[in-house]
Design a binder for this molecule. Structure first.
Ligand code: ZN
Length: 287
């Protein structure tokens, strides 16, 4: 007798957007001898949901007021959008903080009871004095770091080094590079290799802002440790070469091309994804 694998949803929610430039996005872009050009940057957070794991939020996006201050276009927050896919705030049992940059920690405050999981290295760095130096401080919000410390006091913070099995088929791995303790999440899913099949989606978050970083070996401009960033690209390239395994870049509009829009009850699907806020079904690769 066979039992059906539990259905697992893995979604990318596009919650913001900005037009930037290639020179601003790639480290020492002049090395490549190419003209500069505009570059669209998407902002995402991710949702994993199934019967066994419950609802796991991977990052939370930026707070609307922090986005306004930095002139980012902003569409939604987790608490605003999750009800449209049938998820209430209290259903979110765990929040993975892939790294503590402002565009990932901005709405942890919406989930005051959730367990928060991040790397020890990331937490230690952002609560240390060097994180207050200008080139690091520009990418964080002090009240959001304070909230992580508060979660620790409340016994809601899990810190790990190396790798951490969050739930069956959800493995977190510390890679560093972009930030001192940046992590990636490998999630096994039904469907990623096609209807009925199973595979793995790798939520790279900002270990891979744009696919081009791995595909053309071009480091992103914001980097704490360049050798570690290159090693993270190697790790991701290796993962991405595995059968039925798909990388999900953290800020790349190509995510909306490489995966199908989520169309569930009450979800407008393709049109909304194209127009602005939209939800991408990471168990439905296309092409
Ligand atoms: Zn980011």
């Amino acid at each position: 007798m066979t039992s059906a694998a539990p259905a697992r949803q893995v979604l990318a929610v596009r919650y913001g957007h900005r037009v930037t430039s290639r020179a601003e996005s790639y480290l020492n872009f002049r090395l490549y001898g190419e003209p500069d050009a505009e570059l669209d940057i998407d902002y995402y957070f991710w949702v994993i949901r199934d019967d066994a794991a419950g609802v796991v939020l991977v990052d939370t996006g930026f707070a609307p007021e922090a986005g306004d201050r930095r002139r980012r276009t902003h569409y939604t927050t987790p608490a605003q959008v999750l009800p449209s896919v049938g998820i209430g705030v209290d259903d979110v049992t765990a929040i993975v903080v892939t790294h503590a940059h402002w565009d990932h920690t901005g709405n942890v405050r919406q989930f005051p009871r959730a367990q928060v999981i991040m790397t020890e290295a990331e937490y230690a760095f952002w609560t240390s004095p060097v994180a207050r130096r200008a080139h690091f401080a520009a990418h964080s919000e002090p009240d959001e770091i304070a909230l992580l410390a508060k979660a620790r006091e409340e016994d809601r913070l899990t810190l790990f080094s190396g790798s951490y099995p969050l739930a069956p088929g959800i493995e977190l791995t510390e890679v560093g590079g972009h930030t001192p303790g940046q992590l990636i999440a490998a999630v096994t899913t039904p469907g990623t290799s096609g209807p009925g099949g199973s595979g793995t989606v790798v939520l790279a978050s900002d270990a891979l802002h744009f696919y081009e970083e791995v595909e053309r070996d071009r480091p992103f401009a914001i980097v704490a440790d360049l050798p570690a960033m290159y090693r993270a690209y190697d790790t991701l390239a290796q993962l991405g070469s595995q059968p039925a395994t798909r990388l999900v870049a953290g800020h790349d509009p190509l995510v909306r091309t490489r995966f199908a829009p989520y169309a569930g009850p009450g979800m407008p699907g393709e049109a909304a994804v194209a127009a602005g806020t939209g939800i991408v079904d990471l168990t439905a690769p296309r092409g």
